[in-house]
Ligand binder design. Structure first.
Ligand code: ADP
Length: 494
């Protein structure tokens, strides 16, 4: 990373953005805009269109028309592949510009943003582009006078609602397989992280994606998100975000056309450290990174540290040391390891969680407060709270901030019991040198992803999805494709 180039890009004024519908930049039907506040300094960066329900309906109608006239789905797989490969190339060619724009919008530290955002978006789109002409239908083993064919058809119009922590990465997890299979998509970015997704959609047009196949509508969740959820003309809704919104989307589906709804929700992921971990110093460093990178605004963050009682004090001290060695601050400095909290609302919520944890008997070992307030930005010191009982508010609720809850355990069974004692089931980890124990933990801890002697860092070849109230269906890997197709049986008498 070149600090000089980053500094040039960050000094550029950001133009006002509008929706992208039918290949055109379109203002809100009533002309309203939303201020985009940069969490780096609390200043207004630019504006986006504050969409209306009518805007959303226009975008859905455009996507429907694009699907029905088969301008995308009807193209030969090789042609669709070429467009998506070119799109991935364009994302890569514009990676630094996209990453800096995204950081100015959402506050993620640039090192992580560059890899996780344009880097992973390009890789994801390329992965599904490469896959799309290797997916076959099936011939069923029927009796001899019948030919049973199973076709895999695109579902039609996909609505995608994404959050602000990794908009390009998570957006691409939905767009890659949805577009590869020939669907049209209407994308609704988060209020506080829309800019890069609008740029991504512009690059898709440049790569040759026909207008209308990917429309982006910005604005408030409760307005445009709701209109997408309640639409009678959206076939599948895919979502990453909070449980509260996920629940609403299921209601919207039930109240409208019973569209399929796939949710990737929050987590309270247990990071379980046994005294026989192969390298406790390494475990402490990775555990700190696993909760504090991107200021804890990571759905799979290891936000509950369960430590074997025999090493509790010593291990917590190591994690605290590792956390304090991480540089918090301006996310556009290349050596920053913990960037800004996304918004003032989120920062206030993080701090309230710490107050509640203390009121419930938790002890703040490090952090617990806002820092760098003089910059106007939203920064929080990495925070570790010990003595968090399994039923405490901090053990049960996702903070989505740089706050680690620590709970000791005595036995394997107790570790599993505590690990599973939340409504969530997204990710988790176990640190141990005992093979059998590692496999037992993989089996017994109720999650979608289990790490052993590491945390995070999985690539696009493996699925990511939760169980329980962490969601259903998964992003990434070939399995994600199932969400974006219908199976159709053809039963033919010979
Ligand atoms: P967070 O609390 O982390 O911001 P949300 O679930 O509120 O998570 O936001 C994730 C996405 O859901 C955002 O794009 C947001 O605009 C959208 N959203 C929020 N409320 C609604 C709603 N009522 N209907 C549809 N989408 C919504």
């Amino acid at each position: 990373m070149d600090q000089g180039k980053i500094d040039i890009l960050r000094a550029r004024p950001v133009p006002a953005f509008s929706h992208l519908i039918e290949g055109q930049h379109v203002a809100a039907s009533d002309g309203a805009t939303l201020d985009v506040v940069s969490p780096i300094d609390g200043q207004v960066l630019t504006t986006v269109a504050r969409g209306t329900a009518a805007d959303m309906d226009t975008a859905i109608a455009s996507a429907r028309a694009a699907f029905e006239d088969r301008r995308w789905a009807g193209q030969p797989p090789a042609a669709r592949k070429k467009v998506l490969m070119k799109w991935a190339d364009l994302i890569e060619a514009n990676a630094l510009e996209l990453a800096v724009l995204g950081v100015r919008d959402n506050g993620t530290e640039i090192g992580m943003a560059l890899k996780a955002e344009p880097g992973s978006a390009a890789a994801t789109i390329r992965y599904y582009a490469e896959a799309l002409d290797k997916i076959y239908g099936e011939i069923a083993p029927t009796a001899g006078d019948i030919l049973g064919l199973i076709h895999k058809e695109p579902v039609g119009v996909v609505g995608a609602i994404v959050p602000w922590n990794f908009p390009m990465m998570i957006g691409a997890w939905k767009l890659g397989p949805a577009l590869a299979m020939g669907n049209s998509v209407v994308l609704k970015p988060a209020e506080t992280a829309s800019l890069t997704l609008l740029r991504l959609a512009e690059l898709a047009l440049e790569a040759g994606l026909p207008p209308g196949v990917l429309n982006v509508v910005t604005g408030e969740g409760a307005v445009v998100g709701q209109a997408l959820g309640l639409s009678m003309d959206v076939d599948v809704l895919v979502f990453t975000g909070s449980g509260a919104t996920g629940r609403r989307l299921m209601e919207y589906a039930a109240r409208s056309n019973m569209k399929r709804v796939y949710l990737e929700l929050g987590g309270k992921s247990p990071n379980i450290v046994f005294a026989d971990a192969p390298d406790l110093a390494e475990a402490a460093k990775v555990s700190a990174a696993g909760i504090f990178r991107n200021a804890g605004q990571v759905c799979v963050a290891g936000s509950r540290l369960l430590v074997e009682a025999a090493i509790h004090d010593e291990f917590v001290a190591e994690v605290a040391k590792a956390a304090q060695a991480m540089r918090v601050g301006d996310p556009l400095q290349v050596d920053t390891q913990i960037g800004a909290v996304n918004s003032d609302v989120q920062l206030a919520q993080n701090l309230r969680f710490v107050d509640t944890a203390q009121a419930e008997g938790g002890q703040v070992v490090i952090g617990g407060h806002r820092i760098l307030a003089e910059t106007g930005g939203y920064y929080m010191a990495p925070t570790i709270v010990t003595g968090v009982t399994p039923d405490a508010t901090l053990a049960q609720n996702e903070v989505f901030g740089p706050v680690l809850a620590v709970t000791p355990f005595a036995t394997d069974d107790e570790a599993v019991r505590i690990a599973n004692a939340t409504v969530y089931g997204l990710a988790g980890a176990v640190w141990t040198s005992t093979l059998g124990r590692a496999h037992r933990m993989i089996r017994d801890v109720r999650t979608g992803v289990m790490h052993v002697n590491t945390y995070g860092g999985a690539d696009g070849t493996v699925p990511l999805g939760g169980v329980g109230q962490s969601g259903n269906g998964s992003d990434k890997s070939l399995h994600a494709i199932d969400k974006y197709i219908n199976l159709k049986t053809a039963w033919i008498k010979l």
